[in-house]
Design a protein around this ligand. Structure first.
Ligand code: ZN
Length: 181
């Protein structure tokens, strides 16, 4: 049954590619299914949590990632971050022009930030943050921290030596051969 399910998506995707129709709803289902498959594979390999992501440009997957936080001892190794890194490497670019991100779950605040920096054209997500919270992946607390005064955050933030830090900004401002982004 599972194989038939996948075959249906593969057949539809092959048809859509033949017809050069990259925006059909079937494509979206196919790529979302790829993101979910990546999530399940990674989880079954004990690489990390049940999250997967694929990045698509011109109907082709150019980046793929699954959560690898626990296996790589990297708290930033979320599916979306890994997929963004791979896609940018493949594009040889620091932004995802005209790319579509398919992620198996609504992005956490870190990945949301990474996605905005990467500037794709659109994001599709499968399950949402409430679904994630239901199985113990609750990122709502980070959203609640954002508007709090620095000293009231659960990890206190404190500004020190601003004048010293501003030297780097002054040098950047004056740098003539910089790559803006
Ligand atoms: Zn994330």
């Amino acid at each position: 049954m599972c194989n038939n399910f996948n075959k249906k998506f593969l057949d539809e995707a092959a048809k859509a590619i033949q017809n050069n129709d990259y925006d059909s709803i079937d494509d979206h289902e196919y790529f979302m299914n790829e993101a979910v498959k990546t999530a399940i594979q990674g989880m079954n390999n004990n690489e990390g949590g049940p999250f997967g992501c694929v990045i698509v440009k011109d109907g082709k997957i150019i980046g793929k990632g699954n959560n690898k936080v626990t296996s790589s001892n990297d708290p930033t190794a979320h599916a979306e971050v890994i997929a963004i890194r791979e896609a940018c490497k493949n594009l040889n670019s620091f932004q995802l022009d005209d790319c579509i991100i398919y992620t198996s779950c609504e992005p956490c605040p870190m990945c949301l930030g990474a996605i905005y920096w990467a500037r794709p054209k659109k994001v599709y997500f499968g399950s949402n943050k409430k679904d994630a919270a239901n199985i113990g992946f609750d990122d709502a607390f980070i959203y609640k921290e954002l508007p709090l005064p620095y000293e009231q955050r659960s990890i206190p933030f404190e500004q020190i030596n601003r004048d010293n830090a501003l030297k780097a900004f002054k040098l950047w401002d004056e740098k003539e051969d910089k790559t803006e982004y």
